[in-house]
Design a protein around this ligand. Structure first.
Ligand SMILES: Cc1ncc(COP(=O)(O)O)c(C=O)c1O
Length: 393
């Protein structure tokens, strides 16, 4: 039989190279050799999903009414629970009927957003470093990405005045993300106000990714973008149950805010997917209704880990660029070593996996990202190993 030539579309070929591939390969090799690898590379909570959520799924999955196609926009009861959670947590009022959409994880909604707003040739603004899905989604929609650098001297907030006027005029959407992956930085209301002003000046839809809003330290709670005046006129916010409730495998999140934007996103989704399994949405309601003490106890664990790791790094001479919220620490490279070489050294000399900052965009060069997704004992062991290898000395 003759074989046909299978040629992927240019949008597949145009995807940026996977910069973590070399480190991944080294990690696999170290594991194969039986070395005791400490993985600080992945943004996936090691803690289990709270019991009440699992129990709700067990009940809901046995109910035959949940076995059929869910509605595209999600169960109204889930969307009501989202609106209540938003009001309690952020004092933001949302109409569950048309200002809330259920997502199959926030990655799905973020990835589909450019399809709803970007025509071929349009510009999407995003940051470097940044979560790679903003750029991939833009590429798939035929748009052009403009990367605003996140610099340490600006507390890892984009300098809106430095975005060229002609780029801003051509832009349709702007992805921002606080608490930020990978820098761990947070944004305050003043910054969000300037973003609303920027959006109004240039007619840009703001897409704020708030996946890490509930992982914060010292009781300093991150704000919602939608809490600043006028934000709902110009933007939507993405949320995820993944990191907040240790539910990365369950695939549930939501988009809230501007109803025209929510409706356009739902139009894309209704043509491509069939919503979230209703039993998972029921479990999501149980998650959103948990008493704050549950989240407080999760935060306590991350706080312990962060304090231990930050103290350890300070002791051995490493410079932490940011560790304000999220479970990531952004650590400055010692002089004269690239992020990739530093990550490779940590793996070969200390059996520790970290993520090179440039994997999230060029402006991430000069830093590595550490995820606090393993136990305090393992983090203490990691510090010992880094000290012994003299990597930051
Ligand atoms: C900044 C950011 N946004 C969104 C997501 C997607 O999370 P999920 O699709 O699990 O909701 C992630 C996951 O790592 C992330 O880091």
């Amino acid at each position: 039989m003759e074989k046909i030539t299978i040629t992927p579309a240019n949008r597949i070929k145009d995807l940026p190279p996977y910069l973590f591939a070399a480190i991944d390969k080294m990690k696999q090799e170290a594991i194969r050799q039986g070395r005791d690898v400490i993985n600080l590379g992945i943004g996936d909570p090691d803690l289990p999903t709270p019991k009440a959520i699992i129990e709700r799924l067990q009940l809901a999955s046995a109910d035959p009414t949940n076995h059929q196609y869910p509605s595209y926009e999600g169960l109204l009861s889930f969307r009501r629970a989202v609106a209540k959670w938003y009001q309690d947590r952020f004092h933001v009022i949302l109409n569950p009927e048309d200002e809330v959409a259920t997502l199959i994880g926030s990655k799905e909604g973020i990835g589909h957003t450019p399809l709803a707003f970007i025509n071929p040739g349009d510009v999407a603004l995003m940051t470097s470093p940044g979560y790679p899905v903003y750029h991939a989604g833009t590429l798939f929609a035929g748009g052009t990405s403009y990367f605003a650098p996140l610099l340490e001297k600006n507390k890892f907030l984009p300098d809106l005045d430095a975005i060229p006027v002609e780029v801003a005029k051509a832009a349709k959407i702007f992805f921002i993300n606080y608490p930020n992956n990978p820098t761990g930085a947070v944004a305050n209301a003043r910054f969000f106000e300037s973003v609303v002003e920027f959006a109004r000046t240039y007619n840009i839809l703001i897409c704020h990714d708030a996946a890490y809003s509930e992982i914060y330290y010292d009781g300093v709670r991150p704000e919602s973008f939608l809490d600043v005046p006028g934000a709902k006129d110009v933007g939507i916010e993405f949320h995820s149950l993944s990191k907040t409730f240790n539910m990365t495998g369950w695939r549930i999140g939501f988009a809230v805010g501007n109803k025209e934007a929510v409706s356009a996103l739902l139009k894309v989704k209704s043509n491509l997917d069939s919503g979230v399994f209703q039993a998972v949405q029921e479990a999501g309601i149980a998650a959103l209704e948990l008493p704050d003490s549950v989240l407080a106890s999760i935060r306590k664990i991350y706080q312990e880990r962060r304090d231990l790791f930050v103290a350890g790094l300070n002791k051995i001479g490493a410079k932490i660029a940011s560790a304000e919220a999220s479970f990531y620490l952004f650590i400055k490279n010692p002089p004269n070593i690239t992020s990739h070489a530093l990550a490779a050294r940590l793996l070969s000399e200390a059996d520790i996996v970290v993520t090179p900052g440039n994997g999230f965009g060029e402006a991430g060069e000069g830093y590595i990202r550490v995820a606090l997704t393993c136990s305090a004992d393992r983090l203490a062991e990691a510090i010992k190993r880094i000290e012994k290898a003299g990597i930051f000395a």
